[in-house]
Design a protein around this ligand. Structure first.
Ligand code: FES
Ligand code: FE2
Length: 420
């Protein structure tokens, strides 16, 4: 049974001091209190979420325009572009994008459309040490920073100012290990405003820029992208859906929850906390006690663990509200030796984790989608123990100018449902 990246990594202890120690202790004590008292995080009420938000084509189009075409996106971690000449192609955001690191080490997001007649310049998913990118149609050649450095048979083609015909550059920012791009060439990326001071500081403490990319997987799932996000929003399901997998390593029904503007952080509770709590406090580590799960608005889940990190991105498919693409990437901290058996073991664990998401969580998400599609349920009901779902759905509704969801008391739920 694959577990998360808890392991016997060589000297990972130093890496574990990533979240500020006082925050770690505070969160671990919250978990301890819940475990001792048999309680859980409490949103203070329930929430009725209209089931058609997962199926409505107009809402899907609105989301696509506002959250994907017109909103900054985290497209990976710095380790995904390890050195000069590394690149990856992205086709989830309405236009083909070539993300690169140039010879100076600077991150670029380029429209992957040749300035001659528009062919894709690069068709591979990713690569390293590229000195240039040559279009397969007529061999126009671009440097990793996007500038046009080779124009085939220019004496025949015509003398043009090549400085005007570089690949179109999109806004891009690399900050604390996160690679941000904006799909609109006129778009603005203000990371401080997107994350807020507290989460910016917390991410800086994780040293995410040190993570090395070791692989990933992609799933095409018959469910709305928000249902994929929802599966990462509670642990209520762990002892049931994951009883033979993640439930063996995690206490379900115990978690911490904090919001940071439109973003949030959950801390899931690993069973290893039981032994850890017997140790002196200066040996407590948040990644031993739990698994932090960050949600970066609108569609990214980031989970740093003690040997590495997972990043999940969920992407709608325009015109198909009941289908999306999930991309799961795996990274390891630098103390994991490249090419080692240990690294291979971590990759196996990561692949096992992604398969659990695919075979357990996303099976249920597709099942929920059928319910949203047939329309028999007017509402689904988020519990007091699912605050991340409350926040997530209220947040994106507000961002789209829709009324936020309101808390209702448990005893009001049947009446509320019957009355609507
Ligand atoms: S379309 Fe790229 S070189 Fe002609
Ligand atoms: Fe799950």
């Amino acid at each position: 049974m694959p577990t998360l990246m808890r392991s016997t990594a060589p000297s990972t202890k130093e890496k574990l001091v990533d979240m500020q120690i006082k925050t770690q202790i505070k969160l671990i004590k919250q978990l301890e209190t819940h475990l001792d008292a048999g309680t859980n995080v409490d949103a203070g009420g329930l929430m009725l979420n209209p089931a058609n938000v997962y199926a409505d084509p107009d809402l899907a189009e609105h989301e696509w325009n506002e959250f994907f075409l017109q909103h900054p996106q985290v497209v990976g971690l710095s380790g995904e572009l390890a050195g000069p000449g590394s690149f990856m192609t992205i086709d989830d955001l309405g236009k083909p994008i070539l993300a690169t690191r140039d010879s100076e080490g600077t991150f670029h997001a380029l429209v992957n459309s040749c300035r001659h007649r528009g062919a894709l310049v690069e068709t591979r998913e990713r690569g390293e040490e590229a000195k240039s990118f040559s279009c397969p149609f007529h061999n126009w050649t671009y440097a990793p920073d996007g500038s046009l450095i080779g124009l085939t048979k220019s004496s025949h083609y015509g003398q043009v100012d090549t400085s005007c015909l570089g690949l179109i550059e999109l806004p891009s920012v690399e900050r604390d290990g996160l690679l941000w791009i904006h799909p609109d060439p006129e778009g603005l990326i203000d990371v401080d405003a997107l994350l807020g001071d507290e989460l910016t500081a917390e991410f800086a403490n994780w040293n995410l820029d040190e993570l090395r990319y070791i692989g990933g997987d992609t799933y095409d799932v018959k469910c709305n992208w928000k249902l994929a996000m929802d599966t990462f929003g509670e642990t209520y399901h762990f002892p049931v859906l994951h009883s033979e997998t993640l439930g063996l390593s995690f206490h379900g029904n115990v978690q911490c929850y904090d919001t940071f503007g439109r973003n949030h952080r959950m801390l899931l509770c690993q069973r290893a906390i039981d032994e850890m709590l017997k140790q002196p406090q200066n040996e407590w580590r948040v990644t031993t006690a739990g698994l932090p799960v960050y949600w970066i608005f609108p569609n990214i889940i980031l989970m740093p663990a003690d040997s590495g990190c997972y990043l999940v991105g969920a992407y709608p498919i325009p015109g198909e509200p009941n289908r999306h693409i999930s991309r799961i990437s795996f990274y390891v901290w630098p103390n994991v030796e490249a090419g080692s058996d240990f690294e291979r073991g971590l990759r196996d664990v990561a692949e096992g984790f992604a398969e659990i998401v695919r075979d357990e969580d996303y099976v249920q998400a597709a099942s929920q989608q059928r319910s949203a599609d047939h329309g028999s349920l007017e509402y689904v009901v988020f519990g007091r123990n699912e605050p991340a779902l409350h926040h997530y759905h209220s947040t994106y509704r507000k961002a789209l100018g829709m009324p936020p969801l309101e808390l209702v008391d448990a005893e009001e739920v049947p009446a509320s449902l019957n009355g609507r």
